[in-house]
Design a protein around this ligand. Structure first.
Ligand code: SAM
Length: 216
């Protein structure tokens, strides 16, 4: 694989990620590192609901988070720019007997975001993990707009991103998460900050988890 030496330009993205997954189905070692397993567990523990009816995970990569998420969802739409990543995700879901719950799609953000507006499909969970910093501020603004518009009543948007600098990064993680802060109609339910990553959850329902369960 040719390592990138500069922020990824939109036209270079597809080839870059395809090449990465061709070389290795787990380029970020999400299946091996304790760091990744712990981060997934934290993210899943922070989700405000036990179960989701219809979730959406764009940029799902090789499907490691998809497998964990599918166990909390009736239906999950997972998508990625890379066919190789989708192939790895499909294999992983099949191994876990979860493929019947998950629809895998080839999608480019922000262009291919599912249709919004009257009569469009709504999601009660949208998960953006380790993708926002590859998008330009304009693309990310579109993603934030689409995500808000696609949210079912009571739904949540979860973001989780690595903080350190790296060559392909187009914008900082702080900026990525800031794009979801102070959006009209979105309330921050979770803000978890570590030296390595930021995790944030916003919902169109301002109630806390205890309030949702009726004891606060
Ligand atoms: C660092 S991986 C994260 C994978 C997974 N979400 C996770 O947290 O393990 C980034 C993923 O985003 C995908 N990706 C990058 N740009 C994209 C875009 N514009 N639209 C859709 N997927 C994209 C890549 O193919 C890659 O699988």
């Amino acid at each position: 694989m040719t390592p990138a030496t500069a922020p990824l330009a939109p036209e270079a993205r597809a080839a870059y990620f395809e090449q990465l997954y061709q070389h290795d189905a787990d380029p970020w070692l999400v299946r091996q590192r304790w760091y990744e397993a712990r981060k997934r567990a934290l993210l899943l523990a922070c989700l405000p609901q036990a179960r989701y009816r219809n979730a959406y995970e764009p940029a799902c990569g090789n499907g490691e988070l998809t497998v964990a998420l599918a166990q909390r969802c009736e239906r999950l739409l997972a998508a990625d720019l890379s066919s190789q990543a989708l192939h790895a995700a499909q294999q992983r879901l099949r191994d876990e007997g979860l493929e019947h719950k998950v629809t895998l799609l080839h999608q480019r953000l922000p262009q291919d975001w599912p249709r919004t507006g009257n009569g469009a499909e709504r999601f009660d969970l949208i998960l953006l993990s380790e993708i926002g910093y590859y998008l330009s501020p304009e693309e990310l603004a579109q993603v934030a707009e689409h995500a808000s518009a696609s949210l079912a009543p009571g739904g949540s948007i979860a973001l989780c991103h690595w903080r350190a600098p790296f060559a392909e990064r187009v914008q900082s993680t702080v900026r990525v998460h800031a794009a979801f802060q102070n959006r009209p109609g979105l309330h921050c339910l979770v803000r978890h900050e570590e030296p390595d990553f930021l995790l944030g959850i916003w919902s169109n329902d301002a109630r806390s988890v205890a309030q949702r369960e009726g004891f606060a």
